[in-house]
Design a protein around this ligand. Sequence first.
Ligand SMILES: [Fe+2]
Length: 456
Amino acid sequence: MIWEITDIPNTVKMNFPNTRFLVMDPLFALFIAPRLFKSKFRNMPMIPVISPEAGLFFYPDNFDTVVPMHSLPRISFFLTVVWSVLFGLHFYIWARLIRDMGVLEPWKTRLTLLLITLGILIPSGLILTRFAPRVLLAPVMWVIYTWLGMAFFLNVLLAVTDLAKYLAVILPVGLRDRPVDPERRLFLAQLAGGIVLFSNFGISLAGLIGATASAVQVKKVKVGLRNLPAELEGYRIAQISDLHVGPTIGHDFMETIVSKVNELAPDLVAITGDLVDGTLEQLRKHTDPLRDLRADDGVFFVTGNHEYYVGDVDEWMDYLRDMGIRVMRNERVTIQKGFELAGTDDISARGGDHGQNIPKALEGRNKNLPVVLMAHQPRSFKEAKSLGVDLQLSGHTHGGQIFPFHYVVALFEPYLAGLYREGNSQLYVSRGTGYWGPPMRLGAPAEITEITLSRG
Ligand SMILES: [Fe+2]
């Protein structure tokens, strides 16, 4: 990531007339150095900062991204947190499974180096996703993301064993006053480590299986809507969400999903954002099965936050339209003279003419008909509700995706998954059809949602 600093103090500006000040992350620079030389920044001064991995969340074509200097500390803080978490995850694994288990040389050094390599691979791989061709990317990202998932489970399991150990020491079960015996301590560390490694293998495998296309379940939900005309009783919407087509979700996964949706023979298909994690160039072939989606009243799409992380969002929108998908950008359409279907850009969308605008999406609606709003993030519900939306369809949370990560997600997303009702408005939050990051799901099954409307 390169930031241009816009609020340079006047005294500095006087000394450096006609100069633009750029800040970049050194690790990121390594990856994009060849492109940088060709860019319009090649003759400009750079102020390198030893920052955490800045390239993680931004696309390298965003050479134009301009931020005021005063927001750098905030961005740096965020990235420091990301780095610290990655370091902490790996250090804990090293401490409990290599150091405490008494692994002997040369394996101790080898395994330590392996852990360091895996740790560094995670941010490096995430940067690669921005521009490497998918065919190279896929195997690398499978390794990286699977490791990330396993590292997460290892940490949870190690924390549980440490908690058990701690309880055994403080509770009156006879261990409290025993003298420390190094041999016994080593044996216990090895036993606990062995159990953790074995369980981790099983849990990770379950997680991997849970994230395959064949594990995607059809979830049936009945939603009562006031003012729904009698002719539309039993109308069925198939909702798919958060497919995250990218380095590990590709053509075969999509083909399975599309055929599962078509088997339901829905009246309408709603795709509620986070469809792609890559550029059109990288993923064209892998999104192609979407062409085969069939529904009498059409296939509709709204953007999610991820559509804005990767490349040119408008290029994607044109491509979806080309496939016969109706992209709903703060607009509305009347379905069978029976209900209004509205769709809004993701609440975090910025740049160009993108941005959430629910009032615009609802403009000119027939107030006698119920309104169904497609909006990627559940937090749009606050405004939707106040504007009289009857039902909002969202995704984004993945239902936490991997237990016990649910609890972390729930801190930020009070509407985690399922159907919620507040006053006369309802919100349905899908757990998502794909996944993001580790190709794993545990305790949050992926879903294609079949929403059946009724008069209520
Ligand atoms: Fe999202």
